[in-house]
Design a protein around this ligand. Structure first.
Ligand code: SF4
Length: 328
């Protein structure tokens, strides 16, 4: 099949992935493989800007890639690699930083937000983060970058830097990437309030055992007005019900909605059914993950092969960039 071009996406090495990662990103990564040549990068250098637990990077990378592979990322066709394994990205970052006004970086809402969250560690890397992100995209000659609606400004920034570079050197050396806006679902955590996140400890990992999944699902907050089993519930405000839409067959979801509203179904049973649905849905994934994990070297072999293929593209780009700006 003729593919439409190259997609690039980067993700921080956050370790074992949870349902929020799965529904919000991984499923999209898998689907994009059908239409595009995909380059998926574990952005460990980006992670350094705010990370203080350096010792976790390696294990987090391995766990995350295991989840990706078991979920359906195909490394035979998709390039999966670690950002720092292709050091050309830091060279392009330096070069592109000369084409980026400092005021533009410090004005970005994302920088202000990060500075607010890490007031004692506003380092240079944090300011230059979007330039490194632009270097990632440009280095691998990416045509398309999938972005959530709230991330469009990041990509617009990258496009501006690329345009500025191309304008200054007088030719289209770097590809101006197109946005593929995707409406990533916001998956709430077990608290039913905030986005699912490891740091908030409101997450449900994909790789949990069936029993661990039941325990975790049982902690989920439901409709706060349903303080007694006999009080009818409101599925529209309940995160358990939202997840049923993904993990439970449609006909059963209708029944759950009806029985919740009439109080025929209690929250404990409803959660048990959700846990069962999650376990059924993820059973093939968990089986593949266990098989892959039995050979810990496999992940690193995949990443090494990915880096070799990524480096080939990076070398070509850097040759063109150096020539365009006249580096001797
Ligand atoms: Fe939520 Fe299910 Fe309880 Fe209704 S029965 S409030 S959908 S957990």
């Amino acid at each position: 099949m003729n593919k439409k071009g190259r997609v690039f996406s980067g993700a921080r090495p956050t370790g074992r992935q949870h349902l929020g990662n799965y529904l919000g990103a991984i499923r999209n990564y898998i689907a994009l493989q059908e239409e595009y040549h995909c380059v998926y990068c574990i952005v460990d250098l980006h992670a350094l800007t705010t990370l203080d637990q350096f010792g976790e990077l390696r294990a987090n990378t391995a766990e995350m890639v295991l989840d990706w592979l078991a979920a359906g990322i195909r490394p035979e066709e998709t390039i999966v690699f670690v950002q720092s394994h292709v050091p050309q990205v830091t060279e392009l970052h330096t070069i592109l930083s000369m084409f980026t006004p400092l005021g533009k970086l410090t004005d970005l809402p994302t920088f202000k937000e990060k500075a607010r969250m890490h007031p004692h560690n506003i380092n240079y890397g944090l300011v230059g983060y979007p330039v490194l992100m632009t270097a990632d995209i440009a280095l691998y000659k990416s045509d398309v970058v999938p972005v959530g609606i709230d991330q469009e400004s990041h990509l617009e920034f990258a496009r501006e830097v690329v345009r500025s570079f191309n304008y200054r050197v007088g030719k289209a050396v770097l590809i101006e990437p197109q946005m593929k806006t995707t409406d990533y679902p916001k998956v709430l955590g077990t608290d039913g309030q905030q986005k699912m996140s490891k740091s908030l400890d409101n997450h449900i990992e994909m790789a949990l055992t069936a029993e661990e999944t039941v325990r975790r699902v049982m902690t989920m907050v439901t409709d706060p007005q349903r303080t007694h089993r006999n009080i009818p519930g409101r599925p529209e405000v309940c995160n358990v019900f939202t997840l049923h839409h993904t993990f439970t067959p449609a006909a059963e979801v209708d029944e759950i909605e009806r029985d919740c509203r009439s109080a025929a179904l209690g929250c404990v049973d409803c959660k048990r059914r959700l846990a069962q649905g999650i376990n059924q849905h993820l059973a093939p994934f968990r089986e593949r993950r266990a098989a892959l994990a039995s050979n810990p070297q496999h992940v690193w072999d995949v990443l090494s092969d990915g880096a070799t293929r990524a480096r080939r593209i990076a070398d070509e780009t850097m040759r063109e960039v150096r020539e365009a700006i006249g580096l001797p």
